[in-house]
Every structure is written in structure tokens, then in C-alpha cells.
Design a protein around this ligand. Structure first.
Ligand code: 3H9
Length: 702
């Protein structure tokens, strides 16, 4: 075996050269890997004894793509197209041996080979669109040639990897093997035995020529793939480039793809999406976590409360294969809860997203009881009763008496004091907040609230439990509303003010929708239920004149057929209601608030800047470990468009100076000193600093 360079090995057996890359953790195609591949391919080309080549990797996966950390920096040659060019130039058959994931540039390298074999558990895909990009090393030109433009456009625009079995059906791979390297070697031997036939993917035209003559089916597939993706640049570029595959000669298509790739890579949308990719992974890193500390195993779970939230959390465990018991106060409440869960699963089955068999298996993992003794033998308890501190304290006292030592005791609170809950037990070190977002079985965000006394082990176990359930966990400090809801409260205050000052719900919602949110704040309020905030305000003695009156009239939103909007029976479509405007005018007159036409820009600033200001306070107080954690919270919990990178990323784009000036203006205009810029925001504005570079110290990081 020859070490071509630090990450590339080369050996020849029976006339077959085996080139393996070993670049942990995911064999990203960084500069050294690319250089190693080009050198090794040169060796194979030059050696007359070599009749065929096998390309594979060591470690846990085949190439998982280009090295994303290199994007936006000066390119080091050879670039990926040169590597694939070297494959194209090879006059000996090349077989890729795929295992783990062949993603992005990794799949593009495999598409540069003459043959591809994969183990059954492998997944293959071009996920570049999720980074705001399109495949930039020939993927949009070769994939359509291999599997047809219609299938290709779906895969490229969705970016979702396909399992090996489906890849075989599509013609993306040639065989499924037991072992990637041994299987590829065997395949290469067979190719040689059959006369070393080889066709480069770039030369295949049988799947693209018919589409060039009749693109109707392709255009329909492209339209379907682009549905609901307005405002986002990458998907449309993906379609354009796949279309080029049958409209342009290969080299021209490749050049156009490269140009589109570079344009997207330099743009703000891709920068934002790459930021979130790394931010999501960074969020798992807790600065003071002792190295090597292992989370406690989670083999079973208990959820207290079988309401909408508790049921959703139980589904998360069941979906992860963990048996879970719901504890309810009565058999009736339990039956209702289990029925709701069954109904939710059934919707997935009806939609074709889940098989009936998988539903049965998952549902069988969920049991219910009214007997609290079940808690004595569980690894994790998540309490999901309604938001009442006294009730939660009482429950945690009971959990403390019943649970075995070391059980993680978590509260799914969205605002309450986790320290007060922890101190209701004799083991506050085992207590954390685990704030799920509704619907809990769908939303990815999990805020893990670190109490003053929560142990490292408890935090590590909560993170592991979250990952097990497929969530994106973010550790936050203990304060009213934690990160997400605390910021949201600022927007909600502005929503009420804007109504009084003359804004229409539909106009404000349109501004927020236009930014890329899936829903505007009023429509969102109607969906979540206006009574939730109303009860919290009553408890705190806070007033929201317009919304309180709507609630007094029984207008709680969608569930009562009216809220800020009206809803036709059975419909979720918000219909503007002139009565809400009249009510707002009436309240404004009583309060002496002057009504006026409010410009879109003002609406925009008031919807976003006060939240960014609160993010600055959260960072000052160390409630979030880093600014990018706040971005992750908003992208995965509140529908902040991923291609806008989250509130802190966005604030850095706009510039803290601009935001500070606007906030000072609105503080003066409304007389609300709470709108004054936070000290951190002023500091960033004065020094030209950024949220990204700010390093907080405090509660979440401990
Ligand atoms: C592309 O290929 C463009 C081309 O078309 C054209 C080029 C010209 N680069 O996710 P994990 C790091 S675009 C650099 O926790 P898992 C990651 O940050 C690329 N680093 O593991 C983490 O670091 P840390 C297309 C990368 O087992 C560590 O590896 N490809 C890359 O849960 C472990 O990652 C993609 O979009 C990378 N490409 O999941 C695939 N990938 O330990 C992106 C990972 O310091 N990657 N890292 O936090 C993934 O989807 C997942 O990482 C994967 C493994 C499924 C592979």
C-alpha cells in the first residue's frame, strides 16, 4: 500500500487499483482529499498493470460532500471538477464503493465513475439546495443523464437523500453489495471479465434526448418541485441547471452550473443556510461540559399528562423506538389522549407518510396509566401539564418521592421558573426544562433549560434524549420565556400597539410573510389560541386592550371560528374582519392613541428589531451560550426562514447601528423605554462589532 498523501491510500490487487480516502469525520472533499485523488488517479492511469480502479473511503461514510468550511474562501486547486475531470479522462473502468452517505460532491464523484455499487444501508443524494446551493461539480448534468431529468429534478430540488434500494430502482447505482470495498472490487473483476465495457455518464444521452423533444413532463415535475418555494433562490437555480442538462451540450451545461453555483455561494441566502448548518451542530457543544461525560441511557420514558403536548412528546419517544407510558389523572382523560395520538398517526398513514404497519408498531410502544408508581422504573420523566407553577411544583415533589435515583426529571414548561420547579425536589441537579414546540411530534426545536443546580449529566442526558427523538436541542438559561418566547413577547407587544395605531392584521401579516415566515403573527396567534396569552396576561396583571376584548367575546382564534380574523366553518383560511378594525379604533380613541397610515418599512422594523434587541439582552445575560444558538431557536421553533439565517445573523447583515437608530426612534415615538437599544446592541453599533463575534458568559454556559 502506498500513502499518496496524509488522507489517501493506494494499492493494487489483481490488476485493480484501490484508492481509499480517510478524512474523518465524514470524508469531506477538502483540498488535501482532492489533491490525493488526482494524484492517485494519475498513478492508476500511468500503471500499465492496472486494468480497473475502485474508489472508496475509510471510516464511517463515503464522501459526504465538498468541505463546506472552504466555501467563500479562495479556492485551492485542484477543484472538484478537476477531480471528476481526471475520472472522466481515465481509460480504465472505475467503480465507486459506497457506504454511509454519498452526498453532494461525494455523489458527484461517484457520478464521475463508470459504475457505482453501494451497501444496502447507504443513502445517496444531492442536498446542496439545503445549503442554498445547487450541485456544483456536474451533479445537475450527470444525474439527469443517469436517471432521467424528471426524476433528477425532484431529487435535486428536494435535496433529500434516497436509500440504496431506491437508488438501484432509479438506475443511480448498479448493484447493492454486502461490503462497499470488497463488493466494488468484485464488481470491477466482473467488469473486466465481461470485456471492460465502460460508458462515461457524461456521454449517455438515452434519457435526455426524448425530454429535449418533449419537455412537458419535465416542466410539470419542475413546477411541482418548486411549489411553495417562493423567495428562495437555490431551488429555481437547480431547475434551470437540470433543464440545461437536456438543452445544452455537456460542457456548456457544466459551465452554466458552475456559474450558478458560484453566484449562489457568494449570496446571502447560502451564507445564511451554511451558518445554520454549522450553528445547529455548534449548539450541541456546552463549553463547561466535562470531556468524556456520558449521558445516561434512555430505555423507557414516562410523560405526565396526555394532552396535546404530552401526547406529542409521547409520540416522539415512540417514533424513536422508546417505550413510553403516559400518566393521566383519569381513565377517561387517558382514553381521550390515546385516541388523539391514534388520530394523528392515522393522518400520516392517510397521507402516505407512514405505513399502517409502522403506525401499529409505534402505537404499541405507547401505554397509559393512572397509577403513578410507573415512575419508579423509568429513565426519564417529562411533565407536560398546563402552565401553573404550583401544580408543577406539586408534581415534581411527587416525582421526587417516586423516581429511582438518577432519573432525569424534566418539565415541558414554556415560561416558568425551572429553579423553583427543581427546588420542589430534593434533587434539583436531576431537574431540567425540556421545552417542546407545538405540535411536539413535528417541530424540531427543543429548548433545554439549564437550572441553577442542573448537573452536567442531566444536561448531557437531555441533549441525548432530544437527539434520540430527532430534535435540535439548544441549551438555554433559566428566565421568563427562555430564549424563544422571551423574544416573541416583544413582537407580540408591537402587534397590539400596531393595531391601536391603525395597522390592519392582514397588512402586518403580509410583511412578515413577505420576509419568508410561513405565517404572520396574527394568523399564528389565531392558530395557537388567543386565550393562552390572555390567561398569562391576567395572571400577571398585564393588558392588551384589543386582544383582551376579542378574548372576552370568546374569539380565541381558529378553534372558535374567530380571533383576529374570521374562519368559515371547517376552514383555516383567515378572512379579514372589519369589526376588529372598529374595535381597535374604539380602544385607540379611549386611550388617546392617534391612528395613522403606517408604512410597510415601519411595520417591518417594529416586527423584527425589538426581537433582535431582546436577543442582545439575552446574550448580555448569558441566557444563550452564543448568538448562533438564538438563530437555531428561531429557525427550528418559530419558522424564521432558514435562508435568512436567524435573527442574530440577520441583525449582523442589517448592521447593529441601523437597528439601534430605529429602536431609539420607536422608543421616543411610543414612550416605551423598553424599546431602547440594549447595552450590547449599542456597544456593537459603536465598535462595529457583530453578534456572531460576541462571546457571552453566563447562565446557559454556566
Ligand atoms: C457540496 O458538496 C457542493 C458540491 O456540489 C460542489 C462543490 C464544488 N464539510 O452532521 P454531523 C462536519 S456541498 C465540512 O454531526 P452526522 C460537521 O460540521 C456539501 N464539515 O454528523 C461536524 O463537525 P463537528 C453537500 C462537515 O453523523 C462533523 O462533520 N453535503 C461536512 O450526524 C460531523 O457531522 C452535505 O450537505 C462537510 N460537508 O451526519 C452533507 N459535513 O464535529 C452535510 C459534516 O465539528 N453533512 N461536517 O461539529 C451532513 O448532512 C451530515 O454531516 C452527515 C453526517 C449526514 C454526513
Amino acid at each position: 500500500m502506498v500513502e499518496v498523501n496524509a488522507v489517501t491510500a493506494y494499492e493494487v490487487n489483481d490488476g485493480i487499483a484501490l484508492i481509499t480516502t480517510d478524512n474523518p469525520p465524514v470524508n469531506a472533499l477538502g483540498a488535501l482529499v482532492r489533491a490525493g485523488l488526482v494524484a492517485a488517479l494519475g498513478m492508476a492511469m500511468a500503471d500499465a498493470a492496472v486494468k480497473a480502479v475502485v474508489l472508496s473511503c475509510r471510516g464511517r461514510t463515503f464522501f459526504a460532500g465538498a468541505d463546506i468550511t472552504e466555501f467563500g474562501k479562495p479556492l485551492q486547486r485542484p477543484d472538484l471538477n478537476e477531480v471528476i475531470g481526471a475520472l472522466d479522462a481515465l481509460t480504465k473502468p472505475v467503480v465507486a464503493g459506497i457506504f454511509g452517505t454519498a452526498l453532494g460532491g461525494g455523489l458527484e464523484v461517484a457520478l464521475g465513475c463508470h459504475y457505482r455499487v453501494a451497501v444496502g444501508a447507504a443513502r445517496l443524494g444531492l442536498p446542496e439546495v439545503k445549503l442554498g446551493l445547487l450541485p456544483g461539480a456536474g451533479g445537475t448534468q450527470r444525474l439527469p443523464r443517469l436517471i432521467g431529468p424528471e426524476a433528477a429534478v425532484g431529487l435535486v430540488v428536494a435535496g433529500t437523500p434516497v436509500p440504496a434500494k431506491l437508488a438501484l430502482q432509479h438506475g443511480l447505482i448498479d448493484a447493492i453489495v454486502d461490503d462497499a470495498v470488497a463488493g466494488a472490487m468484485e464488481f470491477a473483476r466482473q467488469v473486466l471479465a465481461d470485456g471492460a465495457k465502460m460508458t462515461r455518464v457524461r456521454d449517455r444521452e438515452d434519457k435526455i434526448l426524448p425530454v429535449r423533444d418533449n419537455p412537458a413532463a419535465f416542466e410539470a415535475a419542475a413546477k411541482a418541485a418548486l411549489k411553495k418555494l417562493h423567495g428562495v433562490e437555490a431551488p429555481a437555480a437547480c431547475v434551470e441547471s437540470v433543464r440545461n442538462a437536456f438543452m445544452l451540450p455537456f460542457e456548456q451545461g457544466l459551465k452554466a452550473e458552475r456559474d450558478l453555483f458560484v453566484k449562489l455561494m457568494m449570496g446571502d441566502q447560502s451564507r445564511a443556510q451554511r451558518h445554520i448548518f454549522f450553528a445547529e451542530r455548534e449548539a450541541q457543544k456546552i463549553p463547561d461540559m466535562p470531556a468524556g461525560l456520558k449521558p445516561a441511557p434512555i430505555t423507557n420514558a414516562v410523560v405526565i399528562g396526555g394532552g396535546t403536548m404530552g401526547g406529542g412528546i409521547a409520540m416522539c419517544f415512540a417514533n424513536a423506538g422508546v417505550p413510553v407510558t403516559i400518566v393521566e389523572t383519569s381513565d377517561e382523560a387517558l382514553a381521550k389522549g390515546l385516541e388523539r395520538i391514534k388520530g394523528t398517526y392515522q393522518v400520516s398513514v392517510d397521507r402516505g407518510a407512514l405505513t399502517a404497519d409502522a403506525m401499529a408498531k409505534r402505537f404499541a410502544l405507547i401505554s397509559g396509566t393512572a397509577d403513578w408508581n410507573v415512575i419508579s422504573n423509568t429513565d426519564i420523566v417529562i411533565e407536560a401539564v398546563f402552565e401553573n407553577l404550583d401544580l408543577k411544583k406539586e408534581i415534581f415533589g411527587k416525582l421526587d418521592r417516586l423516581a429511582k435515583p438518577g432519573t432525569l426529571l424534566a418539565s415541558n414548561t414554556s415560561t416558568l421558573d425551572v429553579d423553583a420547579i427543581g427546588n420542589a425536589t430534593s434533587r434539583p441537579e436531576d431537574v431540567v426544562g425540556m421545552h417542546f414546540f407545538s405540535p411536539a411530534n413535528v417541530m424540531k426545536l427543543l429548548e433545554i433549560v439549564r437550572g441553577e443546580k442542573s448537573s452536567h449529566k442531566s444536561i448531557a442526558t437531555a441533549i441525548a434524549a432530544g437527539k434520540l427523538m430527532g430534535k435540535v436541542p439548544v441549551v438555554v438559561g433559566n428566565c421568563d420565556g427562555f430564549v424563544g418566547n422571551r423574544m416573541l413577547a416583544r413582537r407580540t407587544t408591537e402587534n397590539e400597539r400596531l393595531l391601536l395605531e391603525g395597522a390592519k392584521p392582514q397588512d402586518v401579516d403580509a410583511v412578515v410573510l413577505g420576509f419568508g415566515f410561513p405565517m404572520g403573527p396574527y394568523a399564528m396567534g389565531d392558530l395557537a389560541g388567543l386565550d393562552v396569552g390572555w390567561r398569562i396576561r391576567q395572571h400577571r396583571g398585564v393588558k392588551a386592550p384589543v386582544t383582551d376584548t376579542l378574548c372576552e367575546q370568546g374569539r380565541f382564534g381558529q378553534k372558535t371560528g374567530a380571533g383576529y380574523y374570521i374562519y368559515e366553518k371547517g376552514s383555516r383560511v383567515p378572512v379579514p374582519d372589519p369589526m376588529v378594525l372598529e374595535l381597535a379604533a374604539e380602544k385607540a380613541a379611549a386611550l388617546g392613541v392617534k391612528r395613522r397610515n403606517i408604512a410597510e418599512q415601519e411595520v417591518f422594523e417594529r416586527m423584527f428589531y425589538p426581537m433582535i434587541n431582546e436577543a442582545a439582552r439575552i446574550l448580555e445575560e448569558g441566557i444563550a451560550i452564543r448568538a448562533s444558538d438564538i438563530d437555531v431557536v428561531w429557525v427550528y421553533g418559530y419558522g424564521w426562514p432558514v435562508w435568512r439565517g436567524g435573527p442574530c445573523f440577520y441583525a449582523d447583515l442589517v448592521g447593529p447601528k441601523v437597528i439601534c437608530a430605529a429602536l431609539d426612534h420607536y422608543a421616543e415615538m411610543t414612550g416605551d423605554e423598553g424599546l431602547r437599544p440594549a447595552a450590547l446592541l449599542r456597544e456593537l453599533a459603536a465598535t462595529g462589532g457583530t453578534f456572531a463575534a460576541f462571546k457571552p458568559a453566563g447562565k446557559a454556559a454556566a
